[in-house]
Design a protein around this ligand. Structure first.
Ligand SMILES: NC(=O)c1ccc[n+]([C@@H]2O[C@H](COP(=O)([O-])OP(=O)(O)OC[C@H]3O[C@@H](n4cnc5c(N)ncnc54)[C@H](OP(=O)(O)O)[C@@H]3O)[C@@H](O)[C@H]2O)c1
Length: 181
C-alpha cells in the first residue's frame, strides 16, 4: 500500500465504542472533561477517512459533518452509491483499497469497529490510538473481536488526561505476517 492507516478511537474500559443502541454520551461527556485529547493534531495529518455504514449513519445526525474537506470512503453493501456527495461508497475492501490508491491517499483514518477489524485482519493498520474513558459498560458495540491471529504491537506512549481518561498509542509491528482474513 502507498498509504498508512491509523485508528484513533474512544472506548470504555471494557472495550466498547458505543452502547448497543448507538449512544455515545458516556464517551463524549468524559471526553470533554479530558481536555485536549489530540484529535485536532491527529486529523491534521489525515487526507482520507474510511468508515463503515455503522459509523457514517450516526454522523448524519451530528450538528456539523465531521469530515468537511476530507475524502470520506464508506464501506457498505447496502447504502445507495451517489446519494451523498460528501462520501464515496465502496462495496468491499478490495475496491476500497484500489480507490484509495487511485486517489493517491497518503494517510488514512480508519473508523468503526467492523471496519477497523477488517483492516486489522488484512494487516493494514499501522498505528492505533485508544482513548479509554473510566467506565465499564458491560455490553455494547465492540472495538475488537476475532482478527485471525495475534497482532503484535509496540507501545509508543501513554498519556493520562483529565477526568481519568487514559490514551495509549501503539504501532503495529509490520514484520508480522498479515493475518488471513
Ligand atoms: N467510540 C468511538 O470513538 C467511535 C468511533 C466510530 C464509531 N463509533 C460508533 O460505533 C458504532 C459503529 O461501529 P460498528 O462496528 O457497528 O460499525 P462500522 O464498522 O462503522 O460499520 C459496519 C458496517 O460497515 C459495512 N462494512 C463493514 N465491513 C465491510 C466490508 N468488508 N465490506 C463491505 N461493507 C462493510 C457494513 O455495512 P452494510 O450493512 O451496509 O453492508 C457493516 O454493517 C456506531 O454506534 C458509531 O457511532 C464510535
Amino acid at each position: 500500500m502507498t498509504f498508512t492507516s491509523s485508528v484513533f478511537i474512544g472506548t470504555s474500559l471494557d472495550g466498547f465504542i458505543a452502547r448497543q443502541d448507538g449512544d455515545l454520551h458516556w464517551l463524549t461527556s468524559r471526553g470533554e472533561a479530558a481536555g485536549d485529547y489530540g484529535y485536532d493534531a491527529f486529523i491534521a495529518g489525515i487526507d482520507a477517512v474510511v468508515m463503515g455504514r455503522g459509523t457514517y449513519e450516526p454522523a448524519l445526525g451530528y450538528d456539523t459533518w465531521p469530515h468537511e474537506g476530507l475524502h470520506v470512503a464508506v464501506l457498505s453493501t447496502t447504502l445507495q452509491a451517489g446519494a451523498d456527495p460528501r462520501i464515496t461508497v465502496y462495496r468491499d475492501l478490495d475496491r476500497l483499497l484500489r480507490g484509495l490508491e487511485e486517489r493517491g491517499a497518503r494517510s488514512v483514518y480508519v473508523d468503526g469497529g467492523q471496519v477497523i477489524r477488517a483492516f486489522l485482519r488484512a494487516g493494514l493498520i499501522d498505528e492505533i490510538t485508544i482513548t479509554t474513558v473510566p467506565v465499564v459498560l458491560g455490553t455494547g458495540v465492540p472495538l475488537f473481536g476475532p482478527v485471525g491471529g495475534d497482532i503484535p504491537l509496540s507501545h509508543v506512549r501513554t498519556k493520562v488526561l483529565g477526568a481519568g481518561v487514559v490514551q495509549s498509542t501503539y504501532k503495529v509491528e509490520r514484520q508480522a505476517a498479515p493475518c488471513t482474513p
